[in-house]
Design a protein around this ligand. Structure first.
Ligand SMILES: C/C=C/C(=O)SCCNC(=O)CCNC(=O)[C@H](O)C(C)(C)COP(=O)(O)OP(=O)(O)OC[C@H]1O[C@@H](n2cnc3c(N)ncnc32)[C@H](O)[C@@H]1OP(=O)(O)O
Length: 716
């Protein structure tokens, strides 16, 4: 059975329905390419009897783009063959586009990447009015570029300036936004309406040519050599570098393909695009990003870490204890997904204040017309602010988000647990205290679990689920269901102080602070963080979390280590933190003074005194940026390997996704473990040992790393 159904009607309209056998979504793979080849030959044979062509799909998704299973496997050795294959497929799309008859895309479902590029090759695009449908070119988010003609057709359609954000940010648009952006032509109310509109276009346009195939075509907004455009293009690469920090080749290649392609005819532009596409496909960054953001994320979302055999649960009523930043955010994210929330604090006033956080977020949505007033009211009505424990009666799940203090947490656990439904779950949102220790206050430790949210909760996609010694598989499975029900990504880890994310995050900030103590200039430290691909520098983030919190976590950890008979091994960063807080009263951003100054007006800037206090001019002059970047990425990756070695992490998928979505580990690497793999396990180990020789044993390769290095075996 062919992947493309060929139906020539008595009205001489040919309908091509893409329906790839054995796949739930259409993708560009060998079966598609063969079918396209056959179809185009048939069209050319039948051309005299064809008035127009409608391209549509038999699947829920119109077309999901290039086949990522195929793309991910292409190696450096296959580069030329891949390029030839892409050019051949594009030639077939081009043959339909230039056949002289009108070709209409009847887009009945989501069209992304190569799928949307098929639609762009048509003369007219009609989309079904369905707000869950997405249109766009998200390739850049996987380290790729739209290699199916997107970098050539989109600028020719809407101009370079308007096309750049769609191509370089990979935004997916709903039908109404796509219409406004000028990348589709019509919206249809029903499948019948869509086909009727397609026929009407064919009737009205018996001969069709793309604007760029017409004589005298001019690029909308001006060609690259047009003085106004040239002026913008001179600064565009520098602005892009400012965003990518040089870590992401895809946006740079997209810009190059679009600009270079706009200076030649379409067919040569298309060849330029393929060349850049193939370069990215065989490159390491696309392998890292596709591997993690597509394959590993899919594995996690498909329930890879959820114990089997437990019936899926739908949560109806959730209690949240503590209406501070975290509690308020958890309440919002939960109510937003249709679950009743009881938001409890010690006073009704505090609880109401927590609820007002949801009101603010929802009002913003309404003002941006992303939500109706009715919907806002409906969501808010699901949150009951209270100071009474009695209101927790009948909750399926209670999450405590009170202050990071074991005694307080024990108190609220004992109060709330009796109110849960039979077999209800009690979860702690602690970011550091071991779950097994907190579960000692629980009457049902098998139903006790950690749900570690990240701030701000409404934006951060990750929830770290922490399994205590006594937590049952059933509780884990049901907690996993809750996280998915609220649309977040569940990463499962075993218990340990700081679990996975806080532990690794700690190594990042401590390394940056240690560099300062060594005499490195603070701006070099911040720069190294950004150039390594971290979202912010280590000193910025230290101020955000506050140095007093770091001190608090340290003293709690030290107490526990010593109570267990161990010896606390101080980190070189501790003395700097103490000096900042105790000697200079600089606690962080919330206190208005930390490594940075926070003027009431204007931007923050590095505290000038840091230079006098810490900077060693000779050291600052000699510092090698690559060494600083290595330290930042290596120290986190080494700690992640330790978490795997100790069984805190259960899978490589959880490690990679958790490190990126939880602590912002440089996304270009594909995650902390993928960084080790792509560096080469042996080479990574040798470099780690070098760093250990210079900076101390925190860089010493753990045994698990040595074992992998010995066999040159990547982590899987
Ligand atoms: C030159 C061109 C380059 C490119 O185009 S690169 C690729 C760019 N495209 C994308 O990034 C889109 C990736 N796909 C998606 O985001 C989603 O999918 C959709 C929104 C299209 C549909 O979502 P939903 O309805 O939830 O379906 P589902 O479960 O995600 O997908 C159904 C099955 O189709 C497979 N699949 C989807 N897209 C691709 C793809 N691009 N390459 C290979 N497989 C794909 C999935 O894995 C799954 O498979 P199973 O049924 O075995 O679970």
């Amino acid at each position: 059975m062919s992947a493309i159904r060929y139906e020539l009607g008595s009205d001489q309209i040919l309908t091509l329905t893409i329906d790839m056998p054995g796949q739930s979504a259409n993708t560009m793979n060998t079966a598609f390419r063969e079918a396209l080849d056959e179809t185009v030959s048939k069209v050319q044979g039948d051309l005299e009897n064809i008035r127009g062509i409608i391209v549509t799909s038999a699947k829920k998704t119109f077309f999901a783009g290039g086949d990522l299973n195929e793309i991910h496997k292409v190696t450096r050795d296959d580069g030329q063959a891949f390029e030839d294959m892409v050019n051949s497929m594009k030639a077939h799309m081009r043959a339909l586009e230039t056949c002289g008859k009108p070709v209409v895309a009847a887009i009945n479902g989501t069209a992304l990447g190569g799928g949307f590029e098929i639609a762009l090759a048509c003369h007219h695009r009609i989309v079904l009015n369905n707000n869950s449908l997405q249109l766009g070119l998200p390739e850049v988010t996987l380290g790729l570029l739209p290699g199916g003609g997107g970098t050539q057709r989109l600028p020719r359609m809407i101009g370079l300036e308007a096309a750049f954000p769609l191509l370089m940010e990979g935004k997916k648009l709903r039908p109404s936004a796509a219409l406004k952006a000028g990348i589709i032509d019509e919206i249809a109310d029903s499948p019948e309406d869509m086909m009727a509109k397609a026929r009407a276009f064919i009737d009205a346009n018996p001969k069709c040519q793309q604007p760029w195939d017409k004589k005298g075509f001019k690029l909308p907004g001006g060609a690259p050599h047009h003085p106004a455009m040239a002026q913008k293009l001179v600064i565009a690469p520098a602005m892009l570098k400012q965003k990518t920090k040089g870590c992401y080749p895809a946006p740079e290649r997209i810009m190059a393909a679009a600009v270079e392609g706009a200076q030649v005819d379409f067919d040569n532009g298309s060849l330029i695009e393929t060349r850049y596409f193939a370069e990215l496909v065989i490159g390491q960054v696309a392998k890292n990003m596709t591997g993690t953001f597509w394959f590993q994320l899919n594995d996690i979302n498909a329930g890879g870490s959820r114990p089997e055999g437990v019936e899926k649960e739908t949560f109806k009523k959730v209690g949240v204890l503590g209406a501070g930043m975290m509690g308020a955010g958890i309440a919002y994210s939960t109510a937003n997904r249709g679950i009743e929330v009881v938001l409890k604090d010690v006073s009704l006033e505090s609880a109401e204040k927590g609820k007002s956080y949801s009101e603010t977020l929802l009002a913003k949505k309404v003002s941006r017309r992303h939500m109706t007033e009715e919907k806002k009211a409906e969501i808010l009505s699901r949150i009951k602010a209270t100071d009474s424990t009695a209101d927790l009666e009948g909750c399926d799940l209670v999450i405590e988000a009170v202050f990071e203090d074991s005694e307080l947490k024990a108190k609220v656990t004992a109060e709330a647990e009796p109110k849960l439904v039979n077999n209800g779950i009690f979860a702690s949102n602690t970011s550091t205290i071991p779950i097994t220790q907190l579960a000692e206050a629980s009457a049902k430790p098998e139903n006790f679990i950690g749900l570690h949210f990240f701030s701000p909760v409404d934006k951060m996609m990750l929830v770290e689920i922490i399994v205590g010694e006594k937590t049952s598989d059933e509780t884990l499975a049901r907690a996993f269901d809750y996280v998915q029900q609220i649309g977040k990504i569940p990463v499962v880890v075993n218990d340990s102080r700081g679990f996975f994310t806080s532990r690794v995050f700690g190594t990042f900030v401590n390394e940056g602070i240690t560099m300062l103590g060594e005499g490195v200039h603070p701006s070099s430290i911040e720069n190294a963080g950004l150039l390594a691909g971290m979202p912010v520098g280590p000193l910025t983030i230290s101020d955000e979390v506050s140095m007093t919190l770091m001190q608090h976590v340290r003293s709690q950890s030290k107490k526990d280590v010593e109570a267990a008979g161990g010896t606390w091994n101080p980190h070189p960063a501790e003395a700097i933190i103490d000096q900042m807080v105790i000697e200079h009263g600089r606690k962080g951003k919330a206190a208005g003074a930390g490594f940075y100054e926070y003027p009431t007006k204007g931007k923050k800037y590095l505290w000038p005194e840091l230079e006098t206090l810490f900077v060693d001019n000779e050291k600052a002059r000699d510092v090698k940026l690559q060494e600083l970047k290595d330290r930042i990425l290596f120290i986190q990756a080494i700690e992640t390997v330790r978490c795997l070695e100790e069984g805190v992490l259960r899978t490589v998928e959880d490690a990679n996704i958790g490190s990126i979505f939880g602590i912002g580990y440089a996304p270009w690497t594909g995650g902390a473990i993928q960084f080790v793999n792509q560096y080469g396990v042996r080479a990574f180990t040798e470099r780690a040992q070098e760093l250990a020789n210079i900076y101390g044993e925190r860089f010493t390769p753990p045994a698990l790393l040595l074992a992998h290095a010995e066999q040159e075996k990547p982590f899987t």
